[in-house]
Design a protein around this ligand. Structure first.
Ligand SMILES: [Zn+2]
Length: 295
């Protein structure tokens, strides 16, 4: 029992599947990784193996996605992040532009699957005209919205509408289920494909203080364990800090003897060593003191 408790605790710390109050997101899996069965579907064949979505799945998201799908997921995470910090209007503009770019790529990569592919020009024009009247976009764009290749006019005007539309449309096949898992009955979001699982996680993180973020070092998504966590791991936080420091050193103007001047390689090394040893400790102590004074 103790081993089991420890295992659960470790998983919670390093590769969390759920956050407090969050629904588990269920995805299909192999027999080796199985955490349960599809106890919530009709018995039209043998049940499928399922497991909960983990942080490491997010980190490897690209493996399961095409190029435009990966771009879209990253743009959606950036949009969630920007909407959670309303003061940062630049981040919001960048995120909405990234969603637009992902759809541009989607239209190129999925041009073979267009509804209008087999239509003669007259029929396409008629369809475009009818949809333009209904949707309020020019005929060609109205067809693209109908084909789910671009957001509609209202979503394009308002980032919150856009996020609501984009995330929800990706969850067409997902549904809320009551799952009989190893530790009892629990509600869950069942996603028959991994991709929908990522959007289910995005949906949950959009309404949580601890959300999905993109790590500035590796550029991959991760689920925060604390609301102030900006990097996927401590290693990536340190690597990014060192890289940033190095690039600042390169950019800094050479001024003899002044504080901001360029350091000799030996001085740089000394500064780094100080930071890796004493500096980090001092920061940690300062944080501890702040915490104490707050509580
Ligand atoms: Zn990272």
């Amino acid at each position: 029992m103790l081993t089991l408790t420890l295992l659960v605790m470790q998983r919670g710390k390093y590769d969390a599947v759920t956050q407090k109050g969050h629904l588990p997101v269920l995805i299909p899996t192999s027999a080796e990784q199985r955490e349960g069965w599809t106890t919530f579907t009709q018995e039209l064949g043998p049940p499928e193996s399922v497991r909960m979505l983990k942080n490491s799945d997010l980190k490897n998201a690209r493996k399961h996605l095409t190029e435009w799908e990966a771009q879209h997921l990253h743009a959606i995470i950036a949009l969630i992040q920007a909407l959670q910090k309303p003061a940062d209007s630049i981040a919001l503009t960048r995120a909405t532009e990234a969603v637009t770019k992902a759809h541009e790529l989607q239209r190129v990569q999925r041009s073979d699957r267009r509804l209008t592919a087999g239509l003669d020009p007259k029929a396409e024009a008629d369809l475009g005209h009818a949809l333009a009247h209904l949707i309020g976009l020019p005929p060609q764009q109205a067809i693209e919205h109908f084909e789910r290749l671009r957001p509609g006019p209202r979503a394009s005007q308002d980032p919150r509408w856009l996020l609501s539309y984009e995330v929800s449309m990706e969850l067409d096949d997902a549904r809320l289920v009551l799952w009989w898992s190893e530790d009892g009955l629990k509600p869950a979001i069942w996603c028959p494909a991994m991709r929908a699982g990522f959007y289910a996680r995005a949906l949950l993180s959009a309404v949580s203080a601890k959300g999905l973020r993109i790590c500035p070092h590796c550029g991959e998504p991760f689920l925060q364990e604390r609301s102030d966590q900006d990097y996927c791991s401590v290693a990536h936080r340190e690597a990014y800090r060192v890289a940033r420091w190095r690039s600042q050193q390169k950019k800094a103007p050479i001024s003899k003897g002044s504080k901001g001047g360029r350091l000799k390689p030996s001085q740089k090394q000394a500064k780094l060593e100080w930071w890796n040893g004493e500096g980090k400790l001092r920061k940690a102590r300062e944080r501890g003191r702040k915490k104490e004074s707050r509580s």
